[in-house]
Every structure is written in structure tokens, then in C-alpha cells.
Design a protein around this ligand. Structure first.
Ligand code: PEP
Ligand code: MN
Length: 339
């Protein structure tokens, strides 16, 4: 149940209502709205209590969303979520471009990549240190050493960094290296212990859609993060598995306008992993931004043919520059600006 208070209802009055609900053994969360308080009761509310709460003079509106996610539901916020990573703003007014190599492959490579990201005008540096690879014989990433190389390159060029975490036990290493934004990869979208551990890290999180996850499953995974205390959740559509084999995955553009109705969270798109083919990345990026994505995450490599993973989908630095220029135009067309 979601209870929207009237504007101006005092904090002690809201506290009293919370206490009444919690007194029945139900869990309550409060939104971070400044204009008004919104409470979400995440447990099932008995009919008599529901009636009592609905009729309170402080309550403007009580709703019972059909799905059991609460904290990420559009109804839980008056406004869409804004997330700040350093100077980078992610939200409804901006378009963010996250870019970097698939894997962190060494100090020099990472610096080259970071230079091309900053020169292109992109905002956040990505690179995988812990790589979820289909084959156990494929390059698995440099692990903690990769975190260090990524963070050093980010610091050198003034870029916040994003990288994937695969194991809850690695959270301390990500915190030690001051990783700005943790990625939950597609293959771990429903790793619930990982979601709970990452939620408590106090960092922004990019939650990629599972390879075959429905919107509902994806949103429940995001709710795990929110319920665990994560304040900076970004959803990322990265292509889903369909009958089509001409591309690596199928970018599901449909979810971009759909999720804007269902959740207050920003949603970005990853056309690189969706297409698996570098020349398709720019048009898919444009389409994603036109469909309302809050940004895109793309892979770039100074020498794609030498990349240790995902070379065929990596942009060249000059292609990234063109993509960011195009994102600026797309942002302007929709009344937004680059992050
Ligand atoms: C990645 O971003 O490096 C990655 C492995 O993506 P996904 O989890 O979407 O496959
Ligand atoms: Mn990749």
C-alpha cells in the first residue's frame, strides 16, 4: 500500500502514522520527497487497517499497486529519481554516456581508453575487472588489480568509474578502491544475495536486465536493491535473448517508455551488448535516446581487433566522439542536456 500525505503534513504527524502501521508488525518505508511524505507499506495490509489509513485526514491518496514492488514504483515518488556521481547528473533532464572497454586490460590501455572517453565528452568510465565469461577458458579479468587500474585511469582523467561486481564477498574491495558505481551484470540480475550485499554498499548501482528476464523480474530485482537501502539505482536494458541470431541479442526499446510509467528510476540502454556489432551501436543509441533512455553505455577500445573480450562490438575512439555529438543533439531535441 502507498500512502501519499497532503503537502505540509508535519514530520511528527507522519511519524505517528508510521508507528501505527509498524505497531501492527508491518514494514514501512518513507520516500525522500521534500514537498510531501509518501509512505510505502511493503507487507500486506489487513482490510480494517487499510480503511483506517485511507480515511486519515493527513492522507491525500492511498493506492494499492497491482505488483508487489513498492519503493521503485512510480507512485512512491512525486518526481523521477536524480542520481549524482561526482559532477555527473543522471535523471530526466540529462543524457549520460558511459563508455570504456569491455575489460580492463592493463594500465596503459585503460589510460588510452579513459583519454578517448574524456576527449569524446562522455561522462563515466567503464571497464570490467571481474568478467562473467561463458567459457571458463576465456579471459576472466584482472580482478582487484583491474579495479585499481580502472580507478587510477578515472582519477587521472576526472571520470567517475563503473565496473561489474560478481560476488558479494568482493564488496569491501570495491569500496576500498572507491568504485563510484557498481554494475550487476545480466547473468547476476537474480543473484539475490549479491543484490542484498550491493544494496548496503552505499553506492550507485547499474542493474542490467537479465538475458531472459521479464520486466516484472527485473523490477523485483531492483526492488531488492531499494529495500536493502540503495538510493542510486539505474536500470540498463542490454538486449534480451530472442529467436533472432543475426545480432547478439535484441534491444528491447519497448521497455524505455514503458518503464517511465512504471518506475521513477532512470533507465539507460547498452546497445553494444544488445547488438554485438560495432556499426549498429550508433543508430541503436540514437533510437534509445529518442525512446526516452536517460543515457547509453557503450564499449570503446583503441584497437578493437586486439580486445581481450567483445572486440567486434567495440567502437573506435573517433566513433565514440561522433556518438556523443549525436547524443547531444538527441538530448536537445527532447529538451534535455548532456549530463
Ligand atoms: C558488461 O557490461 O561488461 C557485461 C558483461 O554486460 P552484460 O552483463 O549485459 O552481458
Ligand atoms: Mn562486454
Amino acid at each position: 500500500m502507498i500512502l501519499r500525505m497532503k503537502r505540509g503534513v508535519s514530520a511528527p504527524a507522519v511519524q505517528k502514522i508510521r508507528a501505527r502501521i509498524e505497531g501492527e508488525g508491518l514494514r514501512v518505508f518513507q520516500s525522500t520527497e521534500t514537498q510531501r511524505s509518501i509512505l510505502a507499506v511493503v507487507d500486506k495490509v489487513p482490510a480494517t487497517l487499510s480503511k483506517e489509513l485511507t480515511e486519515l485526514p493527513e492522507v491525500e491518496e492511498a493506492s494499492q499497486p497491482k505488483a508487489a514492488w513498492r519503493l521503485i514504483a512510480r507512485e512512491f515518488r512525486d518526481s523521477m529519481t536524480h542520481i549524482k556521481l561526482g559532477k555527473v547528473e543522471i535523471g530526466p533532464e540529462t543524457v549520460v554516456v558511459i563508455a570504456g572497454p569491455c575489460s580492463v586490460e592493463g594500465k596503459e590501455l585503460m589510460e588510452d581508453a579513459a583519454r578517448s572517453v574524456v576527449n569524446a565528452g562522455a561522462h563515466i568510465l567503464r571497464g570490467g575487472a571481474f568478467k562473467p565469461r561463458t567459457s571458463p577458458y576465456a579471459f576472466q579479468g584482472f580482478g582487484v588489480e583491474g579495479l585499481r587500474q580502472l580507478k587510477d585511469a578515472g582519477d587521472k582523467f576526472g571520470l567517475p568509474v563503473l565496473t561489474e561486481i560478481m560476488d558479494a564477498a568482493d564488496v569491501p574491495a570495491f569500496l576500498d578502491h572507491d568504485i563510484d558505481c557498481l554494475q550487476i551484470g545480466a547473468r547476476n540480475m537474480q543473484n539475490f544475495r549479491l543484490l542484498k550485499a550491493v544494496a548496503q554498499a552505499g553506492k550507485a548501482v547499474v542493474l542490467k536486465r537479465g538475458l531472459s528476464a521479464t520486466v516484472e523480474e527485473w523490477l523485483y530485482a531492483a526492488e531488492y536493491l531499494a529495500a536493502g537501502g540503495c538510493q542510486g539505482i539505474i536500470l540498463c536494458e542490454r538486449g534480451i535473448r530472442t529467436f533472432e541470431t543475426a545480432t547478439r541479442n535484441t534491444l528491447d526499446l519497448t521497455v524505455l517508455p514503458l518503464l517511465a510509467e512504471m518506475t521513477h528510476l532512470p533507465v539507460i540502454a547498452d546497445p553494444s551488448h544488445a547488438a554485438g556489432i560495432a556499426r549498429l551501436v550508433a543508430p541503436l543509441s540514437r533510437a534509445s535516446l529518442a525512446a526516452g533512455a536517460a543515457g547509453v553505455a557503450v564499449e570503446v577500445h583503441p584497437r578493437p581487433s586486439e580486445a581481450r573480450s567483445d572486440g567486434p562490438q567495440a567502437l573506435l575512439p573517433a566513433e565514440l566522439t561522433a556518438l556523443v555529438a549525436d547524443a547531444r543533439v538527441q538530448a536537445a531535441v527532447s529538451g534535455r542536456r548532456l549530463a
